[in-house]
Design a protein around this ligand. Structure first.
Ligand SMILES: [Zn+2]
Length: 139
């Protein structure tokens, strides 16, 4: 059970919140210019990070406000809580990302084909608009 610190209400039990998926997934600038594959990747493809991960949360039974949270997906350690629309706090992210990659090196088979997407940092939306057909997604 997580104890999540809502920026508006303070520390509350995890059951008061709803998970909102990966944070910082930008809406495409010209969605009508995307191919079906690019649009599907924007809608459905998300990073599966082992380690520090930026995600959205909704305090559904409290203030009903969305916020971002930086959480380690291995240790469940909450590293930062920050408002929507603000950039990911890199200081904490960089430090924990180093430990995350070190731990994944031992069992890199678990990451599988998701590894190329992770190496392109967390700006998956920009990679969609710049590369017409990412090599990681073959379908
Ligand atoms: Zn709240």
């Amino acid at each position: 059970m997580l104890l999540i610190s809502c920026p508006n209400c303070g520390s509350r039990d995890e059951t008061e919140f709803h998970y909102g998926g990966q944070a910082h997934v930008a809406y495409p600038e010209n969605p009508h210019e995307l191919t079906d594959r690019e649009w599907a990747e924007f809608l459905f493809y998300r990073d599966n990070t082992k380690g520090s991960f930026a995600e959205r949360w909704l305090h559904s039974t409290g203030c009903r406000q969305w916020f971002n949270m930086l959480r380690d997906t291995v240790t469940y350690d909450i590293q930062a809580v920050y408002p929507m629309g603000t950039p990911r706090p890199d200081a904490a992210g960089q430090r924990t990302a180093d430990t995350g990659t070190a731990s994944t090196a031992a069992d890199s088979t678990t990451t599988g084909s998701a590894a190329p997407d992770i190496s392109g940092t967390s700006t998956s939306a920009t990679s969609i608009s710049s590369t017409p057909a990412p090599e990681g997604a073959t379908k």
